[in-house]
Write a protein that binds this ligand. Structure first.
Ligand code: LUZ
Ligand code: MOS
Length: 763
């Protein structure tokens, strides 16, 4: 079955927030942002702005009828700044005007007085000053300090990974309409409709039942709209609530890049100990997470870093500690992988540091330490149905590591300016929200009297194909054609209390809820058929829309069955509820069984570096991936390709630069480089690992959203390998992204040059 949406997308028929026809009376909102990264808000003067054409109102924290608070995990984030500002781009006021242009134009006439306070942009500096979002967390297994002395080799180092702009094609936005009785309807580009509903109600001081949030689809989310769509939904909601007129707020690209948080940059210290056979005996790691100015999802991201700190290796002695550091950057947030990639980058850096220093191939250490069945993760969950070795060995069989390496060596022996590099990147990713209670979902399924079916779930379609998968689950369970099924918008009045569409778990959770609802409906229809046709219920099945077991009149169809059930007053609506079984986790001792299952895979990356220019192209990323029994190979393949390329971007090209004043310098697409067609590996074969899947996965088809991003980590190490082919023995810093500029700096011995002064930047 094909993805349901692309035809609509290509024809321009898909509706996004900014495509909704504007209702008469709509006000357009623009956000006045803090021009400084930290300071005391002394005064705001709107007198000139209010005189501007079309300006209707300007709202500040004082206009908020409820509590000015949108923090989720920690209540530390006002909707509109009050007293202090904590990052550049923090919303301070909301201008409402008749047109978007008028609202934007009025911003320049707002006067603000801010007394500057010291700005912190570095997480280690924040940690040294005690600026932590939450107390540090430590995951441990065994005791590294007891075994360092038994290690044949011990290596230490520092690893840094940068942030990443989500760059969803559809920027953040919302359209809010006042409804009867003081309520609101908000169309929001959010992965978490319930979060928008809850925080908007809280800010307005009304009940959640007064706020309806509706989402048709997103033009991409990638985590950037898991928590941070709330700001814009709540601001539009505030405007509509106060002005009693519809309010539309859509960010332009540069405002979105300036004002919203991104993937967390991390700076980390590692220490790794190996025995003489290169088995890793001990690993100690300390993560400094750059959380930005408010908690947002940082503590949960931090936790996932700890869960994935040892990637896909069994290490008997581990101490992993993580600090969530408060800085004066926009609050960093969820991004595909959710802290996992940051943890895995450090693990791979430690292995590569050991390998380079010992003069062995990193793959030797990697292969020797892969997880095996029932090995424990540091959080004490055993690796069950573990495919770490299977995916590694399958990759070796079909892509031939030794031959690949020989080809690279042969090329390098014959070329001076161009050098090739090769890396192997095995991955392991835990599927489930790490906060166990979030692993629940509901599906509301209606069968209409004509036999067509409408389904609402908590799943948000953001291009990942979840609606197609839900339609497949229903079609398969009910035994009808997907063409009879419509997956409706995600709406808080139809499906309540939803978890965000995140953690790769959306199809599993909402698909299972859909499956449960459809099974109940099917059961009811079968019972009805038995009564109607006096059949024996045992062994009865509805298949292919019409064929029931023997004894059914030949002209019976799905429509007739449904219609006759309606006339016998059979309930044709069902609400399915699914909660992932067996999960538990104790966040005090950091032990338990947090994940439904793990996803595994292996990627070989080869790159060619132009050693004159520092530029590079990826020849191939060859992947073996553990899909389980893929229920939709087309969609799943698209997720692998997109995820891997997004990971390559994070590790190689995408460089976010904030200056010491907390100002984003890489603030548009001419200074922030994302992967384009030329950054995509020329070859990207994806082999579907042959496994029975997992019973906790929907139709045994494993979650596929986030895991492939981490193949991109292999891109960093392939480039690094090529650098060493040009400059033998050189150990670059473990610092990602490895941009062409950094490649060039690493290819040649450093010359002492005068420090480059950063251009002075005005507020
Ligand atoms: N969001 C969340 C996530 O709240 N908890 C998670 O564990 C998670 N994992 C990945 C992406 N988003
Ligand atoms: Mo996500 S990082 O699963 O919203």
């Amino acid at each position: 079955m094909n993805h349901l949406d692309p035809v609509r997308h290509v024809r321009g028929e898909s509706q996004y927030v900014d495509d909704i026809p504007t209702q008469r009376g709509t006000l357009h909102a623009a956000v006045f942002e803090s021009p400084l990264a930290h300071g005391k808000l002394l005064s705001l003067d709107f007198s000139a702005a209010l005189e501007q054409p079309g300006v209707v109102r300007i709202l500040t924290a004082r206009d908020i009828p409820g509590e000015n608070q949108i923090g989720g995990i920690v209540p530390d984030e006002p909707l509109l700044a009050e007293g202090h500002v904590h990052f550049r781009g923090q919303p301070v006021a909301l201008v409402l005007a008749d047109t978007e242009h008028q609202a934007q134009a009025a911003l320049a006439f707002i006067k603000v007085e801010i007394e500057p306070l010291p700005v912190i942009v570095d997480p280690r500096v924040a940690a040294a000053q005690g600026e932590l979002i939450v107390p540090p967390r430590t995951f441990s297994l065994g005791d590294p300090s007891a075994v360092w002395s038994q290690c044949a080799h011990v290596f230490e180092g520092v690893a840094e990974s940068g942030g990443q702009e989500h760059l969803y094609i559809e920027t953040q936005g919302a359209y809010a309409y006042p409804t009867e009785m003081g309520g609101l309807r908000i169309i929001s580009s959010t992965q978490g409709p319930t979060a928008v509903q809850r925080h908007t109600a809280h800010v307005l001081g009304i009940g959640m039942h007064q706020v309806e949030v509706d989402v048709t689809r997103l033009g991409g989310g990638f985590g950037g709209k898991e928590d941070q769509a709330t700001v814009w939904g709540a601001l539009a909601g505030l405007g509509a609530f106060v002005a009693r007129r519809p309010v539309k707020l859509v960010l332009d690209r540069m405002a979105d890049m300036r004002m919203t948080g991104k993937r967390h940059p991390y700076s980390s210290d590692f220490r790794i100990g190996l025995d003489a056979d290169l088995r890793i005996l001990a690993y100690e790691v300390t993560f400094y997470q750059n959380a930005g100015a408010a908690a947002d999802l940082s503590p949960a991201v931090l936790e996932r870093t700890l869960f994935h700190a040892t990637n896909t290796y069994f290490i008997p002695n581990v101490t992993a500690t993580a600090y969530s550091c408060r800085t004066n950057l926009p609050p960093n947030t969820a991004f595909r992988g959710f802290g996992g990639p940051q943890g895995m980058f450090v693990m791979e850096s430690a292995i590569v540091k050991a390998a380079e220093t010992l003069g062995v191939e990193p793959s030797l250490i990697q292969r020797r330490n892969l997880l095996r069945e029932n090995d424990l993760f540091s959080y004490r969950q055993p690796a069950e149905m573990c495919n770490a070795e299977l995916s590694w060995d399958t990759a070796d069989q079909i892509y031939d590591l030794e031959k690949s390496r020989a080809e690279v060596a042969a090329f390098n022996a014959q070329n001076e300016q161009f050098k090739k590099g090769l890396s192997v990147m095995p991955i392991c990713f835990g599927i489930s929200f790490t906060k166990t209670p979030m692993n629940q979902a509901r599906a509301l399924v209606h069968i209409y009297t004509d036999g067509s079916v409408g389904i609402s779930t908590g799943a948000v379609e953001m291009g990942q194909g979840v609606n197609t998968k839900i339609a497949q689950v229903a079609a398969q369970t009910l035994g009808i054609s997907p063409s009879r099924i419509k997956v409706e918008s995600t709406n808080t009045t139809r499906v309540a209390n939803t978890s965000p569409s995140a953690a790769s778990a959306t199809a599993d959770l909402n698909g299972k809820a859909t499956q449960l609802a459809c099974q109940v409906l099917l059961e009811r229809l079968l019972q009805h058929a038995c009564l109607e046709y006096t059949l024996n219920y045992e062994g009865l099945e509805i298949k292919n829309e019409q064929v029931l077991a023997a004894g059914v009149p030949a002209d019976t169809t799905w429509e007739k069955l449904v219609s006759s059930a309606y006339w016998k007053r059979v309930n044709l609506t069902e609400n399915g509820h699914y909660a992932t079984p067996d999960l538990h986790f104790d966040p005090v001792v950091n032990q338990g069984y947090p994940f439904a299952y793990h996803v595994y895979g292996t990627a070989y990356t080869t790159v060619t570096v132009d050693c004159l220019r520092g530029t590079y192209t990826f020849d191939a990323m060859r992947i073996v991936h553990d899909f389980g029994e893929s229920m939709n190979p087309h969609i799943d393949l698209g997720q692998i390709e997109g995820g891997a390329v997004q990971g390559i971007g994070w590790m190689t090209l995408e460089e976010l630069i904030y200056n010491d004043e907390g100002r984003l310098l890489s603030n548009s697409l001419n200074s922030y480089k994302i992967p384009d067609l030329y950054a995509v590996p020329e070859q990207m074969p994806v082999h579907f690992l042959d496994t029975p899947g997992h019973p906790r996965a929907i139709l045994r088809s494993k979650a596929v959203g986030e895991p492939p991003l981490m193949y991109g980590i292999g891109a960093y190490f392939a480039v690094r390998d090529a650098i060493r082919a040009f400059r033998p023995g050189h150990q670059a810093d473990f610092s990602a992204p490895i941009t062409p500029e950094k490649v060039l700096l690493n290819l040649y011995p450093a010359k002492v040059v005068a420090p480059v002064k950063q251009p002075a930047v005005s507020a």
